[in-house]
Design a binder for this molecule. Structure first.
Ligand SMILES: [Fe+2]
Length: 369
């Protein structure tokens, strides 16, 4: 990472963007630097893409083939790893029949002191049961099936299914989207990065769905979530967790940012956050949706039986900027260059950065070129 950042600075002269890249990485890197058990005292970082972990890079670019296969998934995603189950498997005609376009039954409760909201009655118990059954028949597999993270049962024990379902996303947005507020991102905003300045409006739910099944004490240690960048003016901002089951355990704990710098504690073989830093403790309730800012550190408590879906709330910048056809191509090159840089493929990254900024003077200006 250091090499890539150095070369990035060297080739682009974007000193400030060095930190932007680091921020992007930290968005999905959990660094439990000092465990309380001796065997965990060695510093390391694990890159986690909730709820579908990806360990090679904080940013991956989905191939054209994959896009076709899953019906036009985002090009730049941090939450796409396994092969997606066909959307037709999750085509649920019952949902549209039950659809309440007014969403009159949905309630929203903010969690004090944190950028998170609890929505109840978003899905009916029948809908949740149907989704659980469809996910089961699709076939859950262990979250780190290829052992890219090594044997990390101490960090997460879960089984997942991925799919891409546009109508389910549209339905969810119809039910909760009107609760979401626009965002103004300027230099005074804690979310500020130079390339996301502007007015952002909620525009949908990410159609990429990650089903997760936690059973027999399955858990997910504290982490932050990755986002998905659809294009320069459209990206996910908030995580949305859909609870498909109810239980008294398996709560989602949301932490104060101080947990970022706190060691984890190994309890019963699971790495746990500091309970004194918990700001929100959300119980699984069937049909509930928890929405929170991607960068909030959160943890899935051990559960005997919990089904959830991870998706995101997508925002679009208005007015769009850098949006001419050549700007769009240039941004794709930029994202590819960033990925290469983070992998340490500096020469290839340099070529693409230069091509991107030469192609789009508007994009170059945004990045201080
Ligand atoms: Fe997460």
């Amino acid at each position: 990472m250091d090499d890539s950042l150095d070369i990035f600075d060297l080739l682009t002269g974007m000193g400030q963007d060095k930190y932007q890249i680091e921020d992007d990485s930290q968005e999905c890197i959990t660094s439990p630097q000092n465990y309380e058990k001796d065997e965990y005292t060695e510093p390391y970082a694990i890159i986690i893409e909730e709820e579908c972990e990806k360990v090679s890079s904080p940013l991956s670019i989905v191939s054209t083939e994959d896009e076709d296969e899953v019906g036009g998934v985002a090009k730049f995603t941090k939450v796409f790893d396994k092969s997606a189950v066909s959307a037709s498997h999750f085509h649920l005609p019952a949902l549209s029949e039950e659809l309440d376009p007014q969403c009159a039954h949905v309630t929203m409760e903010p969690i004090p002191g944190v950028e998170a909201w609890i929505f109840d009655n978003v899905f009916s118990p029948d809908e949740c049961t149907l989704l659980r059954e469809r996910a089961e028949t699709a076939g859950f597999t262990y979250w780190d099936m290829d052992q890219k993270c090594g044997e990390r049962d101490d960090f997460r024990t879960a089984f997942t299914v991925e799919t891409h379902v546009e109508d389910l996303a549209a339905l969810t947005f119809q039910r909760i989207g009107h609760f979401m507020k626009p965002l103004t991102i300027d230099e005074n905003c804690t979310k500020h990065e130079r390339d996301i300045e502007g007015e952002w409006f909620p525009c949908g739910v990410n159609p990429h769905w990650l089903f997760s099944r936690y059973i027999d004490g399955g858990h997910f240690s504290p982490h932050t979530d990755g986002n998905t960048v659809f294009d320069f003016n459209k990206r996910t901002m908030y995580t949305a967790l859909v609870y498909l089951s109810s239980s008294e355990d398996g709560e989602t704990r949301i932490f104060d940012d101080q947990q970022m710098n706190e060691p984890f504690t190994l309890i019963d073989g699971k790495l746990r956050g500091n309970p004194d830093l918990v700001l929100g403790n959300v119980k699984p309730r069937i049909g509930r949706v928890l929405v929170f800012y991607h960068r909030l550190m959160h943890e899935g408590n051990p559960a005997q039986y919990k089904y959830i879906i991870r998706t995101d709330i997508t925002y679009e910048r208005q007015p769009r900027i850098c949006d001419e056809p050549h700007d769009r191509v240039a941004f794709e090159l930029y994202m590819k260059a960033q990925e290469l840089s983070e992998k340490g493929e500096c020469h290839e990254a340099m070529i693409l950065f230069r091509r991107a900024f030469k192609m789009s003077s508007a994009l170059a200006k945004v990045y201080g070129q």
